[in-house]
Design a protein around this ligand. Structure first.
Ligand code: 6GU
Length: 224
């Protein structure tokens, strides 16, 4: 997979890809991440990429021309399956969107900023609009990092234990069961006995039951 991220703040985005699972995925060649500074596509000598909105009103809007230039250059080099615009008014990200996107080959992510982008960018170039929740961030960069992480960890070979993404919270519209590690007794707080019983049939049943209890208590909306 290849992800091209278009942003006015590439430096805000780089560090999440330089550690842990995302770094390993890149080092293993399972994903390529390319950052594109929108200012490099400005035709203006001040490297301006935003302007006042027509009709008046507070806040700047990202202009269509630099975005067109950047996307057109990328598209001349390869085909893209999706051009995703990160915006608080997009479809709220969930596991099923992440699963679907993890099957794509080439993705562009366009990070919004200020008041957003000229509507014509959304009409002409964007194929999918994604939000990461009902709150407002200063820009789409952190959302692009979140979306990238959710996608990349699903790529075959990224996680050590191939089955572990399958047992994630949300993967079956269920929260994950509680987990424990050593010591089995910490200051009188004991690990449920079944987990140390060695009876894997019973353990599996217990986990399903706990997942169901947790989901109905904390996220009954998932069970509808
Ligand atoms: Cl994708 N962008 C911004 N600016 N704020 C958000 C968001 C995206 N998702 C939730 N809040």
């Amino acid at each position: 997979m290849r992800i091209d991220i278009i942003t006015v703040l590439p430096e805000l985005l780089k560090s999440p890809f330089e550690a842990s699972i995302l770094k390993r995925a890149i080092d293993k060649g399972l994903v390529e991440i390319h950052f594109h500074n929108l200012r490099d596509y400005s035709s203006n000598r001040y490297k301006q990429v935003d302007d006042y909105q027509f009709g008046g009103g507070a806040g700047m809007v990202l202009m269509i021309e630099p975005i067109d230039k950047c996307i057109s250059k990328l598209r001349s080099q390869r085909d893209y399956d999706e051009i995703i615009y990160l915006t608080p008014d997009g479809t709220t990200l969930n596991q099923s969107i992440a699963n679907e996107l993890s099957l794509k080959q080439n993705i562009i992510m366009l990070c919004g900023h200020y008041k957003g982008v000229d509507q014509r960018v959304r009409d002409v170039f964007v194929t999918k609009e994604v939000s990461i929740g009902d709150y407002v961030l200063s820009g789409g960069e952190l959302a692009a990092a979140v979306l990238s992480d959710a996608i990349i960890r699903l790529l075959p070979g990224v996680l050590n234990d191939e089955t572990s993404a399958l047992t994630d919270t949300f993967q079956d519209d269920m929260l994950a069961p509680p987990v424990y590690t050593r010591p089995a007794d910490y200051k009188g707080n004991k690990v449920p006995e079944v987990l140390t019983s060695g009876n894997f049939g019973k353990i599996e049943k217990w986990r399903e039951q706990k997942a169901m209890e947790r989901t109905s208590k904390l996220r009954p909306d998932l069970l509808k």
